[in-house]
Structure formats: C-alpha cells, structure tokens
Design a binder for this molecule. Structure first.
Ligand code: NAD
Ligand code: WQD
Length: 332
C-alpha cells in the first residue's frame, strides 16, 4: 500500500515512516515543518538506504492534499499533523482548533473527494480526562480538560459521524499514552522546535546540563512514591502499532479504537532512576509544586490492541531511556 503520513517529519510520524517501510508499504510524507526540521527527511533516507518522498506544505491546503493523494496514488492516510502543546492550547485555543480540527476536516474532505477512505488518526489518552478507574480501557468515559484534548475529541467525534454516515470509510483511532525513546540509529528522535514541556526531553536536558535542574512536579500524589505515574511507551513500538492498525482496517468494524501504551505505570522518580541506571548520566532534580492540570496516575488497558491487532510492546523502560539519551547525545 502507498501511505500518506501527514506530519510525517515529526517525532511519531518519522518513526512510523520507517515502520511502514519495514512492513513493505511505501510512505509518502507531507509536513509544513512547523514543529520539525526538513533534514529529518535526509536522515530517514540514510536509515532507509534510499530517499523517501516528502511534500512540503500544509494539510489545510485542500488543493495540495488532493493533488498529493492523486499523484502519489495513496491508499490510506495516517494523520499525525497537529499542534500538541497543552499549555499553548490554553493560551491560544483558536490556533489549536484551526490546525487540529480544521486540519483533520481538510484532510478528510480531500480524501472524500479523491475516493481514499482509509484513515488512521493520532489521538491521545488525554481524551480520558481525570481517570475514574485504572487501567484506562477504551470504554472509559471521555472528557476534554483543555483545548488540546477538546480538539482530539472533536476529531474523534467527526470520524465517528463520518463512518456512521458512509460505510465506505474505514478508520482507526489510536489513543497514545506517553511516547518516549528514539530510533536505535540515534538519527531521529524527539526534536521539538520550541522549549520542551514533556518529561523525557527535560530529563535529557538536565542530564546534558542544558537546564540547571529538572523540576519534579508534585511529590504528594496518592502514588507509591508520591510522584505522578504515567504509561511511557517506546516510540518504535508506537510506530509499529500504526502498521498493525493499517492492516486491521477493513477487517471487523468500520471504526476501530485502540489504546497504545504498555499497560505499566512509572512514576517520575522511577523514570529518573531508570534513566540514571540505563545511561550512567546524572539527572539533577528538585521537587516542585504540582503542575496545574496534571492527574496523579494514568496507564492503559492494552488487552484490546493485543487481542485485535496482534500488537504488543517490545521495548522496556531501560531501552526507552538509553535510546532517548543516544539521540540527545548524537554528534550534531
Ligand atoms: P510533532 O510535533 O513532532 O509532529 C507533528 C508534525 O506535524 C510536525 O512535523 C509538524 O511540523 C507537522 N504539522 C503540524 N501542523 C501541520 C500542518 N497544518 N500541516 C502540515 N504539517 C503540520 O508531534 P508528535 O509527537 O509526532 O505527534 C504526532 C501526533 O500525535 C499529533 O497529532 C499529536 O497530537 C499526537 N499525540 C502526540 C503525543 C506525544 O506526547 N508526542 C501524545 C498523544 C498524541
Ligand atoms: C509526564 C509526567 C508531569 C515535566 C502530556 C499531554 C498529553 C500527551 C502527552 C499529547 C507528569 C511530570 C513533567 C517536568 C515533571 N500529549 N513532569 N517535570 O502531562 O502525562 O501528557 O504529553 O497528546 O496530552 O498532556 O506528559 O511528559 O508532560 O509529563 O515532573 O519538567 O512528568 O507532572 O506527571 P503528560 P509530560
């Protein structure tokens, strides 16, 4: 199959491009480089041993998406392109609705016009809001607790309505937990253009001395060591999950929905300890107040993806840390 990856130069998209290739499909990337750098594509080519096709442009340009679908004879789309910083979405909600909801709508309209009706969507565990029970299974009620989460829920609802209205559509909604790690080559990884907000990029910055100390947000949560618990998943496992979801499109229900996580919770202090153990680096850190909006613990129920997609994670926390560190310390 020929697969269009919107946002394909980004963190998860670039790793998924390699997983798509590994599975014998042909990836075509479309990105406006608003949160990635063009030379990712050269590095992908280096890993793949041949150049990959990249279209430079915006998913909200309907002419461009339509012409790409047609010229590249695309069979299915994995839609990663979106803005993803929660705090920024609170400060500038309209840009998030425009890019995430407007972008998804534009891609779906272009697909409809070109008769391409197989779609995999990057959603997020953030759509569960505050957990009412753990682990979080796919039937857990959803609730948007910030504009970013609202955009993901709106896109999920848009897809559900679309599939209900037209049985020609096949869609898979993937709710990612906390992606970390990098490709084992050390050539691609998480490379945001702005200041990172997520834990692992800040751990590597603290270890590199690029920030004085990591702040551990909250030590009074009702968790074993008082720090917040998340389900960290290696980005390469997450990437493979997309291939499994693509393969399952067309089998079973027209709309499919899966958590992609490991099912294991790790606290902030456990992650720091695992990082120190795996890399030998030190991570200067200091305890700080809770970060507004954070919940105590989130981790996935992964049985549905394991049963129905035949997918399971293969990398442990030590590999996540080692691979993040290899990428952070690559020769630049
Ligand atoms: P990323 O920012 O690294 O990748 C997104 C890519 O999309 C970037 O390369 C960016 O330049 C591109 N892009 C953004 N808007 C675009 C537009 N209008 N047109 C074309 N390209 C555009 O982010 P990521 O971590 O790889 O996330 C990918 C997807 O997964 C996003 O939809 C994100 O919301 C979702 N997600 C991410 C996480 C996470 O923690 N990384 C968790 C859950 C869900
Ligand atoms: C993880 C843990 C922090 C930074 C966010 C989005 C979510 C999804 C993934 C896109 C938390 C703690 C963090 C720091 C810390 N993104 N922390 N010091 O908040 O689980 O999820 O990214 O869909 O929607 O909300 O991830 O990496 O920001 O934080 O102690 O400097 O690390 O409090 O417990 P989070 P995160």
């Amino acid at each position: 199959m020929r697969i269009l990856l919107t946002g394909g130069a980004g963190y998860i998209g670039s790793h998924t491009a390699l997983a798509v290739l590994d599975a014998g499909h042909e990836p075509v990337l479309l990105d406006n480089f608003s949160n990635s750098v063009p030379d990712v594509v050269d590095r992908l080519g280096e890993i793949a041993g041949r150049p990959l096709t990249i279209v430079n442009g915006d998913v909200r340009d309907p002419g461009l998406v339509r012409s790409t679908l047609a010229a590249e004879r695309i069979d299915a789309v994995i839609h990663f392109a979106a803005s993803k910083a929660v705090a920024e979405s609170v400060a500038d909600p309209l840009s998030y609705y425009a890019n995430n909801v407007g972008g998804t709508l534009a891609v779906l309209e272009a697909m409809e016009a070109e008769g391409v009706r197989s779609f995999v969507f990057s959603s997020s565990a953030t759509v569960y809001g505050g957990p009412q029970r753990l682990p979080l299974d796919e039937d857990h009620p959803t609730q948007a607790v910030n504009p970013y989460g609202q955009t993901k829920l709106m896109c999920e609802n848009m897809l559900m309505d679309l599939v209900r209205a037209d049985r020609g559509w096949r869609a898979s909604i993937l709710r990612y937990f906390n992606p970390v790690g990098a490709h084992s080559s050390g050539l691609i990884g998480e490379e945001p253009t702005g200041i990172p907000n997520n834990l692992m990029p800040l751990v590597t910055r603290a270890a590199l001395g690029e920030i004085d100390r990591l702040q551990v947000y909250g030590t009074d949560y009702p968790t074993p060591d008082g720090t917040a618990v998340r389900d960290y998943i290696h980005v390469v496992d997450l990437a493979r999950g997309h291939v499994a979801a693509l393969d399952a499109l067309g089998k079973g229900e027209a709309l499919q929905l899966y958590n992609l996580g490991t099912g294991r919770g790790t606290s902030v202090l456990e992650l720091i300890a695992a990082f120190v153990q795996a890399t030998g680096a030190s991570v200067p850190h200091v305890t700080a107040a809770r970060r507004p909006g954070d919940v105590a613990a989130m981790y996935a129920a992964v049985g549905k993806a394991e049963r129905e997609l035949g997918w399971r994670t293969m990398h442990d926390l030590a590999q996540m840390c080692a691979d993040s560190w290899r990428f952070a310390t690559r020769p630049k």
